[in-house]
Design a protein around this ligand. Structure first.
Ligand code: HEM
Length: 136
């Protein structure tokens, strides 16, 4: 068995390709706008084109791509303001994996979804911390 050093592995962003990342993100947010539970919190988004572009760039960088745009993110406060909950996160993850599975081979879909799990868990923890802080 030949081992590939982490520094020599092709980042997931390049294995998937920017075009496919854009397609996944655009399809996902098109479906969100008609989703039974997710459409409501997402009704605060008014500029969908900008939102999709920003999130596509977010994933490109999270998956190891070299940044193209200098976006600033404030995800914890923005998700708190949008009414983020564990239930909504479960729905979000299920829809995301459905979209991933329709666009990508299973190994790439699973690899991307494992990043979703990490970030989702982190968002939930930080959202809970923010709630505890406010309740104090
Ligand atoms: C793993 C799951 C999720 C990831 C990776 C994710 C990622 C992101 C990112 C990167 C942004 C941009 C934040 C910024 O501009 O600073 C965003 C915005 C947003 N997210 Fe999520 N999100 C997730 C789950 C959810 C869930 C469950 C909800 C439901 C409440 C949600 C609702 C929103 C809304 C409404 C915005 C737009 C906020 C605004 O522009 O004011 N997200 N998300």
């Amino acid at each position: 068995m030949s081992l590939v050093k982490p520094s020599e592995r092709t980042p997931l962003a390049y294995q998937i390709g920017r075009e496919s990342i854009d397609e996944v993100v655009y399809d996902f947010y098109d479906r969100i706008q008609n989703h039974p539970t997710l459409s409501k919190p997402f009704s605060i988004v008014t500029h969908w084109k900008e939102h999709k572009e920003k999130i596509a760039e977010f994933w490109w960088v999270v998956l190891g791509g070299i940044p193209n745009s200098p976006y600033k993110y404030d995800p914890v406060n923005k998700h708190f303001a949008a009414g983020f909950t564990q239930e909504l996160l479960e729905d979000w993850k299920a829809l995301f994996f459905e979209v991933l599975s329709q666009h990508l081979p299973l190994n790439l879909a699973q690899a991307w979804q494992s990043r979703v799990e990490l970030i989702g868990g982190n968002l939930l923890m930080q959202n809970d911390r923010l709630i505890q802080k406010i309740l104090k």
